[in-house]
Design a protein around this ligand. Structure first.
Ligand SMILES: Nc1nc2c(ncn2[C@@H]2O[C@H](COP(=O)(O)OP(=O)(O)OP(=O)(O)O)[C@@H](O)[C@H]2O)c(=O)[nH]1
Length: 347
């Protein structure tokens, strides 16, 4: 690919840690510079897109938009177009829209790439590029665009290492805690219920002692894989919180979703039948605690998101210890939090 200013800027900024959304902006910038793409649609893996409206206004990728990759990843971006009409872009080969110059045109799909930046969430999915009929790409331009996207994806892949846990490919604790605070803040803004669960493997020390550390590692990897299967939406967080402890969090989009998804994980773990000589029924089990937080308008006023997140984590932890005390291989529900600052009784 010919060097261009976008590439230089991108390579320079790649020396600095970039957020996932900045990375996405950068990737699109590269592709746009290479091939005049007009509409880019990012389809996160394992995550259904919101229904599109009949006429979606064009959305530019401006710095102000970049804090929120979860919202961003659900969007279709009109890079050089004014607007486009598409009831659902997902899988669309073509749709009508208006170019930047105000002309009505048919936009055609010309290429898609798998983007796999973070094994757990966010920029993992399919980037589909559309161009208007008057701008169909030459084979050379297509090659350039492909090269740009591959280059960007490989840079981004390298950068994701700092935020994920090497062994389990889930979010590393520091990064997970930051996302938790952001997601909690969003739930408070939107007044949507929010769920946190703490999951801890049972008798894990004994598994290490009897079957070896390597088997212990495999148990952690299995657990992480099953959690990722259950908590697979772009808005879900799966974090390795401690040695054999995982934290998950997500907005509650359906009633009772927190407990149902945890049940589904427990069932998958039981079906995996991972042998544990000292485990319940000779297999690997887990104990968990889950709390659901329903924000109220009052929460806007007390803004210490870190303290709120810590309280919720502590309550999930207390509920998890209750599950351990009650015999393990189960989960307990912490009391619904009306005010996360108050640490009264989840046990
Ligand atoms: N294999 C392996 N073991 C780890 C890792 N990180 C922490 N551990 C081990 O995890 C074990 C945690 O044991 P405990 O906290 O005593 O808990 P437990 O044996 O699971 O007991 P309960 O939680 O009460 O059921 C310790 O032996 C740690 O050495 C890891 O990355 N790999």
């Amino acid at each position: 690919m010919k060097p261009n200013p976008t590439t230089v800027t991108a390579q320079q900024s790649a020396q600095q840690p970039m957020s996932a959304s900045e990375s996405m902006g950068w990737l699109l910038g590269l592709v746009r510079a290479a091939c005049d793409v007009e509409v880019a649609h990012f389809e996160p893996r394992g995550h259904a897109l919101r229904p599109q409206t009949d006429t979606q206004p064009g959305l530019m990728l401006e710095p102000a938009d970049r804090d929120d990759i979860r919202e961003l990843s659900e969007l279709t971006l009109a890079l050089n177009a004014q607007s486009f009409q598409a009831p659902s872009i997902r899988g669309a080969r073509q749709f009508r829209g208006t170019t930047a110059a105000g002309r009505s045109r048919r936009f055609r799909h010309f290429s898609s790439w798998r983007v796999d930046v973070d094994g757990n969430r966010e920029l993992s999915g399919q980037l589909c590029l559309y161009s208007s009929a008057s701008r169909l790409l030459t084979p050379d331009q297509t090659r350039q665009a492909r090269h740009a996207a591959q280059l960007a994806a490989s840079w981004l892949g390298t950068m994701s290492d700092a935020t994920t846990d090497d062994l389990t490919d889930t979010l590393e604790r520091g990064h997970g805690a930051e996302l938790l605070e952001k997601d909690l803040a969003r739930s408070i803004r939107t007044l949507k219920p929010f769920v946190i669960a703490m999951i801890d493997l049972d008798h894990f020390k004994q598994l290490n002692d009897s079957s070896g550390h390597h088997t212990g590692d495999e148990a952690l990897q299995l657990t992480a894989r099953l959690l990722r299967e259950v908590y697979k939406r772009a808005s879900d967080g799966v974090v390795r919180w401690g040695g054999e402890e995982f934290l998950v969090f997500h907005p509650e989009t359906q009633p009772n979703e927190g407990t149902e998804r945890l049940e589904s994980f427990m069932l998958k773990l039981a079906q995996a039948k991972f042998a544990h000589p000292h485990g319940i029924d000779g297999r690997l089990t887990a104990s968990a605690g889950v709390v659901r937080f329903q924000p109220s308008p009052q929460d806007f006023r007390s803004g210490d998101m870190k303290a709120k997140a810590e309280t919720l984590v502590r309550q999930a932890d207390q509920a998890m210890y209750r599950a351990k005390r009650d015999g393990r291989n189960r989960f307990c529900v912490g009391s619904t939090l009306e005010r996360p600052e108050t640490t009264n009784a989840s046990t």
